[in-house]
Ligand binder design. Structure first.
Ligand SMILES: O=P(O)(O)OC[C@H]1O[C@H](OP(=O)(O)OP(=O)(O)O)[C@H](O)[C@@H]1O
Ligand SMILES: NC(=O)CC[C@H](N)C(=O)O
Ligand code: SF4
Ligand SMILES: [Mg+2]
Length: 505
């Protein structure tokens, strides 16, 4: 049995499969299964909203098969149209193919023209549909015997440098693909007998493998009795089949250098060959700051530990005397604990979060984000009345969260509120899978720092520096293989995009 899943905490059990989601995307969701026999043997169910509202027992009963693909959508291209819900399925010359995509194609406009110019009609505005259409094309050197998936996937990777982590399903096989810059995460889990899944990860004890799992985040593995096997490397193409798992290819990063759309950097042009060849991967630093779940692991370290180090670094860079340190739950809590450990000031909760309201930043529009913030928090008065409070958040993006919260704390009797942000100001758009497409929506561009503190109602406001964040992240990061490089995208902080950005999309 093989299980594949992108985006992992809702448990869904059907026949032989277990799918777990934590709603990394909250807008839509789908499952496609295959009985492994090719044409006409795919089954699927998709819908809009949270997983728990989409999949009822009856729907799941119909989803039988030997392999499966699931996806939760967090829209970054193509809008909220229900037709953009994934996985996408098309019938290729060799039978049905399903694709689940985490990311956003940086050159989507150019690719769209290329696909349309070849006479292929598209049925959505989703960038992910382009992926499945390119994969449906016969590769440049043709195919002698049946579909040559390594060649088709390599052709796709050469056509678009980033940002994608993909799971593809064809007959009884799953292919996993991570773009050469490794902007979005992708990891492999091993389904093992339950007693073995409680053993230490990466233990060398011989274990019967019941199946393989692909997931954006490793936090999903433990909940289904699987263990973390390893990350898919940037540029790596893997195949999961009844015979097991193997690497088909590793596509190198294109010879490029950082591109700045917004500021002059000494990175554009004038580079020696070796500079260009040495360009490192660009794993999204915002996964560590906010996006990923704290119990997930990337680059050999748990996200929780990185956030705590960010908080410690913040205390070094931006200490202030206070009576209590607290966080805006949930993502900022490890950083606030780090600040408390470093500074010796005690940590106490000042906000109670309504657990039935999801994450607000990842909602698709301003009104729903602001309503979510208003519904989400209550104050724990005893911990702040008459006190000087250091309030830590992981990030300020559009500024929907922090202002209303400081108002709540002041109304409840906080004497001073000092805001400390465990990441630098977010000033530039992301085109690689986080939905911040314009500069105008970013509050750091609307006013200078001093006015921003006043605007959100804080006595003082200090952000972590870019160097401080990179240090906190890279201190514990380990290369995937002995000689592989470590590198992070920081483009939304410093405008250094890993490759050319196509702004027409
Ligand atoms: O400045 P803004 O545009 O408001 O965005 C930043 C806020 O949004 C996120 O929290 P969210 O409520 O999404 O999730 P969390 O519970 O994981 O912290 C993030 O942790 C910040 O608190
Ligand atoms: N990560 C995702 O779910 C986004 C995939 C794709 N870019 C979309 O907008 O649908
Ligand atoms: S621009 Fe920012 S959010 Fe986008 S991939 Fe780079 S670090 Fe991540
Ligand atoms: Mg938050």
């Amino acid at each position: 049995m093989l299980v594949s899943e992108l985006f992992s905490v809702t448990q869904i059990k059907f026949k032989d499969f277990y799918f777990y989601w934590y709603e990394r995307g909250q807008e839509g969701s789908g499952i496609v299964t295959s009985d492994g026999k090719g044409a006409h043997h795919f089954r699927q169910h998709k819908g809009q909203g949270l997983v728990s509202t989409i999949f009822k027992d009856d729907d799941l009963q119909k989803l039988s098969g030997v392999v499966g693909l699931g996806h939760n959508r967090y829209s970054t291209a193509g809008g909220l149209d229900p037709n953009n819900t994934q996985p996408f399925v098309v019938h290729t010359r060799h039978g049905p193919l399903a694709v689940a995509h985490n990311g956003q194609l940086i050159n989507a406009a150019e690719l769209r023209t290329t696909v349309l110019d070849r006479g292929v009609g598209l049925s959505t505005h989703s960038d992910s549909e382009l992926i499945i259409q390119i994969l449906s094309l016969t590769p440049p050197r043709g195919e002698k015997r049946g579909p040559d998936w390594p060649a088709r996937i390599r052709h796709l990777v050469e056509a678009t440098p980033t940002a994608y982590s993909l799971a593809l399903m064809f007959e009884d096989k799953i292919y996993g693909v991570r773009d050469p810059f490794g902007v979005r995460p992708l990891c492999i889990g091993k389904l093992v007998p339950i007693q073995d899944s409680n053993e230490c990860e990466n233990s060398n004890s011989p274990t019967k493998v019941l199946g393989w799992i692909l997931s954006s985040e490793s936090c999903s593995f433990q909940s289904i009795g699987a263990t973390f096997y390893r990350e898919v490397m940037p540029g790596e193409i893997i195949e999961i089949s009844p015979k097991g798992i193997r690497t088909l290819d590793i596509v190198p990063r294109p010879k490029t250098t950082h591109h700045s759309k917004y500021i002059c950097t000494d990175n554009d042009d004038n580079h020696s060959k070796s500079d260009i060849e040495d360009i490192p991967p660009a794993f999204c630093i915002f996964e560590y700051v906010y996006f990923a779940r704290p119990d997930s692991k990337f680059e050999g370290q748990q996200v929780y530990a990185v956030r705590q180090r960010c908080g410690k670094q913040l205390a070094i860079e931006a200490f202030i005397e206070a009576d209590v340190i607290s966080s805006i739950p949930e993502s900022a809590t490890p950083a606030a604990l780090g600040y408390a450990l470093q500074s010796g000031i005690p940590f106490a909760e000042v906000l109670c979060k309504n657990r039935y309201v999801g994450r607000s930043f990842i909602l698709p529009d301003t009104r729903s984000r602001q309503l979510a913030v208003a519904k989400k928090f209550g104050v724990i008065t005893e911990n702040l009345f008459g006190k000087r409070v250091i309030l830590v958040d992981d990030s300020i993006v559009r500024g929907n969260t922090v202002g209303p919260i400081i108002k709540l704390l002041r109304n409840a009797g906080a004497k001073e509120v000092h805001l400390r942000i465990a990441s630098p100001p977010i000033k530039y758009p992301c085109y690689m899978g986080i939905n911040i497409p314009t500069m105008n929506e970013l509050i750091a561009n609307k006013t200078d720092l001093e006015k921003l503190a006043e605007f959100v109602g804080a006595d003082t406001l200090i952000y972590l520096t870019i160097e401080g964040l990179v240090k906190a992240v890279q201190e514990g990061a380990k290369p995937t293989t002995k000689n592989s490089a470590i590198g992070h995208c920081t483009a939304c902080l410093d405008s250094k995009y890993p490759c050319h950005v196509d702004l027409e999309w």
